[in-house]
Design a protein around this ligand. Structure first.
Ligand SMILES: [Zn+2]
Length: 303
């Protein structure tokens, strides 16, 4: 499942390639990925002729600001544009929200490139590029945010700190986790305190922090909380630098269909049975919320 580093890779590539471009055609298939989209919005009107004025990210969500050609918005990738009602109205903006779910991909096709199967949205751009959202399992979502307190945007207001946006907010997210007796990994996957982390990066952050996935938040000491926040930032930045992780299924692809490289630096995720690169002990695997946790019993003692 694409997590923060994969989504950020797609976002920054989109910014590079299509910012300022204009949508000249749109094809939206009838699909479960549009389940949060108002039926009338399936018509072309909200998209056609609009310019891509900003491409932002919060957690695992990408926000595309669409509007009349009044200039590019400020390039702060983590701007919470979906909460800025005044801005949306003032600039006559609509915000297209994309979440990749389990298997979603956003691809940029050049002239002559074939449209891949399971493509639910195809936007034809003035530059002759086509922006395609495809998702075989359709757990992903595409919808239009329309302002504070309306429809699905309300749900986005509950998202916690984005780890790359502001370190003090990130640290505060972990301080909140340390006030709860719930297991640390479960809290990291819950997007309300810190968002953007899924199963892969939770395992990678926890082994690098020396924290067992089943440690209770309330057992974390102050220095461990700080270390978790710092390690989260470092791990995610390193993964962004390496353009994310593509697993054995090679499902995660960037905008150009290329795989990421951070999987070559995984210490725990799907490394069960192999020697820990830190201490040499065997990496363990445990069932966790229908999936698995991977950890080193020596580096990450359960206190
Ligand atoms: Zn170890």
């Amino acid at each position: 499942m694409p997590e923060l580093p994969e989504v950020e890779t797609v976002r920054s590539d989109l910014e590079e390639e299509v910012l300022g471009d204009q949508i000249l055609s749109s094809h939206l298939a009838r699909s479960r990925v549009f389940r949060d989209l108002d039926e009338t919005a399936l018509q072309d009107r909200p998209l056609l002729g609009r310019y891509l004025l900003g491409i932002f990210r919060w957690g695992k969500f990408i926000f595309m600001a669409l509007g009349p050609n009044l200039g590019i918005l400020e390039r702060d990738p983590h701007r919470r544009i979906f909460l800025e009602e005044g801005l949306l109205e003032e600039r006559n903006l609509s915000v297209l929200v994309l979440h990749l779910g389990m298997s979603g991909q956003i691809l940029l096709l050049r002239e002559g490139d074939p449209v891949p199967p399971h493509s639910h949205m195809i936007l034809g751009l003035a530059s002759n590029l086509r922006l395609v959202y495809c998702d075989p399992r359709t757990f992903g979502r595409v919808f239009l945010a329309s302002g504070i307190g309306t429809g699905p945007v309300r749900e986005l207001q509950h998202l916690g700190a984005d780890p790359l946006a502001d370190f003090s907010e990130l640290l505060f997210g972990y301080e909140l986790m340390a006030r709860s007796s719930a297991e640390v990994k479960a809290q990291m996957l819950d997007q309300r305190k810190v968002c953007g982390i899924g199963n892969i990066y939770a395992d990678e952050i926890l082994i690098r922090s020396g924290v067992h996935p089943r440690r209770r938040g309330s057992t974390l000491k102050e220095d461990e909380v700080l270390n978790l926040a710092q390690t989260t930032l470092e791990t995610l930045l390193e993964a962004v630098e390496l353009r994310g992780s593509s697993l054995k299924d090679l499902r995660y692809r960037d905008l150009f269909g290329e795989i990421g490289q951070f999987q070559n630096f995984h210490l725990a995720y799907q490394k069960d049975g192999q020697a820990c690169k830190i201490c040499g002990c065997e990496i363990a695997k445990e069932k966790f919320q229908g999936r698995h946790s991977h950890y080193c019993p020596t580096c990450q003692p359960l206190i």
